[in-house]
Design a protein around this ligand. Structure first.
Ligand SMILES: Cc1cc2nc3c(=O)[nH]c(=O)nc-3n(C[C@H](O)[C@H](O)[C@H](O)COP(=O)(O)O)c2cc1C
Length: 187
C-alpha cells in the first residue's frame, strides 16, 4: 500500500468524509507513514466530526492545487464529489483509498489510525516536480494557521510562496494562489 501509493513521511491528500446526515466534506489532511498509516486531526474540524460519526475517511490523491486551496479555506462544490459504494470520493482524484478509522482521542488533536478497506488507482499521469505547486500547498497551510493564530509572520511567508508561484507555477497554480489571496483579503 505504502509503496503503491507513494506514501512516505507525511503525504498531503484531500480527505473526504460524510456527516451522519450524508453531507460530503473535503479538507487537506497529512497521512503519516511510520510502518502504519495514521493522521492527526484537529477536533474542531468537520472532518473530525464526520470520522467520529462514520468511522470512515477517504484519502484522495489529487494534483490540482486549486482543490487544496478550496477545500482548506472554503467549501468544495457538491459537483466535485461522487459516491462510490457509499463513500464520497473526489471526481478529480488520481487515486483514492477508503479507510476504516479508529480514533485515539485527545481534546485538541486526535490521532486517527487508518486501515485500508478499498482502493482505486484511476490515472497514472506524470507530474514533474513543480516548485509553484509545492508553494501553493505551503501557502495554504500558512493560510489555515494564520486564520487560527493571526500571526502576521504567516502573511510574509505567503508572500514568499507567491513569488515562487509567479516564477515557477503554471496557470492553475497562479489561479489557486490568487484565490487564496482573495480569500485572505476578506479576513
Ligand atoms: C496541505 C495541508 C495539510 C493539512 N493537514 C492537516 C492535518 O493533518 N490535520 C488537520 O486537522 N488539519 C490539517 N490541515 C488543515 C485543514 O485542512 C483545515 O483546518 C480545514 O479547514 C478543515 O476543514 P473541515 O472543517 O471542513 O474538516 C491541513 C491543511 C493543508 C493545506
Amino acid at each position: 500500500m505504502m509503496k503503491e501509493f507513494g506514501f512516505r513521511g507525511i503525504s498531503e491528500v484531500i480527505a473526504t468524509t460524510i456527516s451522519k446526515s450524508g453531507e460530503p466534506n473535503a479538507a487537506p489532511i497529512g497521512i503519516i507513514s511510520d510502518g502504519n498509516l495514521s493522521a492527526r486531526v484537529y477536533t474542531n474540524t468537520q472532518t473530525y466530526a464526520n470520522i467520529k460519526a462514520t468511522k470512515k475517511m477517504v484519502a484522495n490523491i489529487v494534483d490540482d492545487p486549486m482543490l487544496f486551496v478550496l477545500s482548506a479555506l472554503m467549501k468544495l462544490s457538491l459537483d466535485e464529489f461522487r459516491m462510490d459504494d457509499g463513500n464520497p470520493v473526489l471526481k478529480a482524484a488520481k487515486a483514492w483509498i477508503v479507510f476504516e478509522c479508529s480514533i485515539v482521542d485527545d481534546p485538541k488533536c486526535a490521532t486517527v489510525i487508518l486501515l485500508p478497506l478499498r482502493k482505486k488507482i484511476l490515472k497514472r499521469s506524470i507530474q514533474p516536480v513543480n516548485r509553484g505547486f509545492n508553494a501553493v500547498i505551503e501557502a495554504t497551510i500558512y493560510a489555515t494557521r494564520y486564520l487560527v493564530m493571526k500571526d502576521p509572520k504567516y502573511l510574509g511567508w505567503i508572500e514568499h510562496c507567491e513569488d515562487i508561484v509567479i516564477k515557477c507555477g503554471g496557470e492553475r497554480e497562479k489561479e489557486a494562489i490568487l484565490k487564496l489571496k482573495e480569500f485572505l483579503g476578506g479576513k
